[in-house]
Design a protein around this ligand. Structure first.
Ligand code: G3P
Length: 226
């Protein structure tokens, strides 16, 4: 499973990219607004910080406007993925932008039929939002299961990757991975939570305490042996 980080905070992105665990970045207009910085500058900085796809979302709502904005965003760097909403115009823009050779992430997907349409429009990624469905008392993970099942039924014609979005917890990530989703876009806080377990901390503290009692250090031992 590929890990994208769902933020436009360049410091967070650089810090997480340094781990070597990051395969890409997703942004949206709300995340860009939080930075208080010019959109194109933010995307240029993020594209330079990670080699993988960086989703940058159009804000026009008509086909021509989306395609014009998408073309401009694609000029920023080779790793820009143009994000378009899952509307009828968004699907048409997706097809046109794909025909121009751009990567396209179709976002705001809340139903399996929408995901099927995005695949037919040639989307590189489909972004189902699971947390927002959970918030309504529905099970967002059922949507991931349905999309994965549909896409897997057409391996010869559907190349669209399932990019699980609106992730709120480590459980969302592991459940999506069990279903075979290609990508999870994860908020920085949840990405860091993935590494945490109280028994890991407890076990490490006990090992270090026992080691301290020996009075040894590995590097001094190694030097003495040379
Ligand atoms: O970037 C799209 C998506 O991940 C947003 O998540 O938490 O605003 O529902 P959220």
């Amino acid at each position: 499973m590929k890990f994208f980080v769902d933020t436009a905070d360049i410091d967070e992105i650089r810090d997480l990219a340094a781990t070597g665990l990051l395969d890409g970045v997703t942004t949206n207009p709300s995340l860009i607004a939080k930075t208080g910085r010019p959109f194109l500058d933010v995307i240029a900085d993020v594209c330079a910080a990670v080699p993988g796809p960086v989703s940058a979302e159009v804000t026009a709502t008509d086909v021509d406007g989306m395609v014009a904005e998408g073309k401009r965003l694609a000029e920023i760097a080779d790793n820009v993925a143009i994000k378009v909403p899952l509307t009828w115009d968004g699907l048409k823009a997706c097809r046109q932008l794909r025909d121009l050779g751009a990567m396209v992430n179709v976002t705001l997907c809340f139903a399996p039929a929408q995901a099927l349409l995005a695949a037919k429009a040639g989307a590189t990624f489909i972004s189902p939002f699971i947390g927002r469905l959970d918030d309504l008392g529905q099970n967002g993970m059922n949507l991931i299961a349905d999309i994965c099942e549909i896409y897997r039924a057409y391996p010869d014609t559907i190349q669209t990757e399932v990019l699980v979005a609106s992730i709120r917890s480590p459980l969302h990530v592991t459940e999506a991975a069990k279903l075979g989703a290609h990508v999870a876009t994860i908020p920085p806080k949840v990405l860091r939570q993935l590494a945490q377990h109280p028994l890991t901390d407890k076990g490490l503290a006990a090992f270090l305490e026992d080691w301290r009692k020996t009075g040894q250090t590995i590097l001094q031992e190694a030097q003495a042996a040379e």
